[in-house]
Design a protein around this ligand. Structure first.
Ligand code: 9D3
Length: 241
């Protein structure tokens, strides 16, 4: 059963966009996943094909109509999770991505304007997801981000080479620095240990650098990493594997 993504959007031409290139694009062409971008406006029923209206209670901007969105959602209803991309959603994390990639696919609703009528979120039990604390102009770039993160985890999309890389993110550390030839570039030398051929010393250096970078840049990840280490040590001491 292949991963199926349906995107409900007012801008179907934005898809596949970057997902038509590179890893995700090759996987799409070879049938490892499917993408169907549908125009929400095709679910409009009135003469002007209107999809939005003014907010009850007043205020700036427009709100997407519940009747039109419900019709768009009804046309794709199956066993897949229904996700609404919104700045007020739960943060997209690698754990969320892993869960989605392990399932049958996703239905992604992209909002425009100020947002969508609250009642369609309740009626269709939409799961609200955000891709970070900054303001986009709509849900489409967020949908592209979510799908990119899911597709690279699908079986057969990435060679065996990178599948262990998943593990390294779950260790909770940021990446160590990378170098390639030349060993001296404009007077900047590659650290000697990387030229030494001592695999254990290379591994220890990379570990220390990953820890330093995580501590300096992401105190939140560093604290979680240390908490994980402590929990692990407690489990080991009590005989829990
Ligand atoms: C004044 C309130 N604004 C919320 C910060 C309104 C608003 C701004 C931008 C409502 C929607 C949007 C468009 N953004 C998305 O649809 C979106 C989004 C985002 O802006 N940031 C992070 N994740 C996401 S997911 C969808």
């Amino acid at each position: 059963m292949i991963f199926r993504a349906t995107v409900l959007t007012l801008f179907p031409d934005m898809f596949p966009g970057p997902l038509g290139h590179s890893l995700a694009g090759r996987a799409l062409e070879s049938g490892l996943w499917r993408l169907d971008a549908r125009d929400i406006r095709e679910s409009a029923t009135d003469r002007h094909r209107s999809v939005d209206d003014t907010p009850f209670g007043g205020g700036a901007g427009m709100v997407m109509r519940p009747d039109v969105l419900d019709a768009a959602l009804a046309a794709v209803a199956d066993d897949r999770p229904l996700l609404y991309l919104t700045p007020r959603g739960a943060p997209l994390t690698q754990a969320v991505v892993r869960g989605l990639a392990a399932g049958p696919g996703v239905v992604l609703l992209c909002g425009r304007y100020e947002g969508i009528d609250e009642r369609v979120i309740e009626a269709r039990a939409l799961q609200e997801i955000s891709v970070g604390d900054y303001v986009l102009s709509g849900g489409e770039p967020a949908a592209l981000v979510l799908l990119d993160a899911c597709v690279r985890l699908l079986p057969g999309v990435m060679g065996a080479a990178d599948s262990a890389d998943e593990e390294s993110f779950s260790s909770g550390l940021l990446e160590y620095p990378h170098y390639t030839r030349p060993a001296d570039w404009r007077g900047r030398r590659v650290p000697d240990v990387l030229l030494s051929g001592h695999h254990a010393e290379v591994a220890a250096w990379r570990r220390r650098e990953a820890e330093r970078i995580t501590r300096e840049r992401r105190p939140d990840l560093w604290a979680a990493h240390l908490a994980g280490l402590r929990a692990g040590a407690v489990a080991t001491a009590s005989g829990t594997p």
